[in-house]
Design a protein around this ligand. Structure first.
Ligand code: NAD
Length: 264
């Protein structure tokens, strides 16, 4: 039997969606460092290639482009991944969050777009990849969502609604797939220093007539740890849930938020 170091991902293939920046990028970097072969997915081929070039042993990894809101793109990406990369044992579902705004001001199109990008994309990815996981007798599906599944965040009406739907989808899927040694879990990032956080702060600043820094300071003061997360700290939770050692953890939502969610 092959011996593995603790939380070693060697021998495992991971498809990481939304890998061109932010938490997805940090996840691809950490998975590669832990020995996984990584397939990086996002819309922009040049950005993905630049990220791949920075990974440990870049030649082992692979990039595939797709817009997760488009089923045809997903089907084509899954086909290319299967042909050129191989079976996937770890799937990270991740994409940019829906635009900010109140529910009373939301348009149907915003819901339709969020449903396509966050629910239907996961459905189609899982339907294509789970048979590979079943054949391998090993699978890890990890969704990056938000602490808003515990406490909805004001001004993120569409996002709060769609994240709750992802959490319900994941729990249901975890029960369906547990007999096949496939786990399904969610990581709930708190405020994390990425391009997404900066653009949300800018929208809030414009809405409230204050500066970007004032918004950031207001958010920081709500966090018991009194600092924002680094993307690699969120990635560490994903690496744990992806590991062989986490095989008995399924159907959970793990907060990585510096203590911000106040409930027990
Ligand atoms: P980000 O916007 O910096 O990165 C998102 C990634 O997804 C990028 O690689 C982007 O190119 C890709 N992407 C977006 N839309 C896509 C599409 N339609 N098809 C393919 N790829 C697409 O986001 P982040 O800050 O890294 O956050 C990751 C997730 O975690 C998001 O859903 C975000 O809302 C959520 N989240 C972030 C924070 C935070 O503070 N950063 C907090 C809570 C939740």
């Amino acid at each position: 039997m092959t011996e593995h170091k603790l939380f070693d991902l060697s021998g495992l293939n991971a498809l990481v969606c939304g890998a061109s920046q932010g938490i997805g990028r940090a996840t691809a970097e950490l998975f590669a460092k832990q020995g996984a072969r990584v397939c990086l997915l996002a819309r922009n081929a040049d950005k993905l290639e630049a990220v791949k070039a920075q990974l440990s042993n870049p030649e082992r990894h692979f990039c595939v482009t797709a817009d997760l809101s488009r089923q045809a793109d997903i089907e084509s990406a899954v086909r290319t991944t299967a042909e050129k990369f191989g079976p996937v044992q770890i799937l990270v579902n991740n994409a940019g969050g829906p635009a900010s705004g109140t529910l009373m001001g939301a348009q149907s199109a915003a819901f339709e777009s969020a449903l396509a990008t966050h629910i239907l994309s996961q459905l189609h990815l899982c339907q294509a990849i789970v048979p590979q996981m079943k054949a391998e007798g090993f699978g890890r599906i990890i969704n990056i969502i938000s602490t808003s599944v515990r406490v909805p965040i004001s001004g993120l009406g569409v996002s709060n609604t769609i994240r709750a739907a992802v959490a319900g989808f994941a729990k249901t899927l975890s029960n369906e797939l547990a007999p096949h040694s496939i786990t399904v879990n969610n990581v709930l990032p708190g405020y994390t220093l990425t391009e997404r956080l900066s653009s949300l702060a800018q929208s809030a600043a414009t809405r409230d007539g204050v500066t970007h820094d004032q918004i950031m300071e207001g958010w920081r003061s709500q966090i018991p740890a009194r600092r924002f997360a680094k993307p690699e700290e969120v990635a560490a939770a994903l690496a744990f849930l992806a590991s062989r050692e986490a095989g008995y953890i399924t159907g959970v939502s793990l907060q990585v938020d510096g203590g911000r969610i106040g409930s027990i």
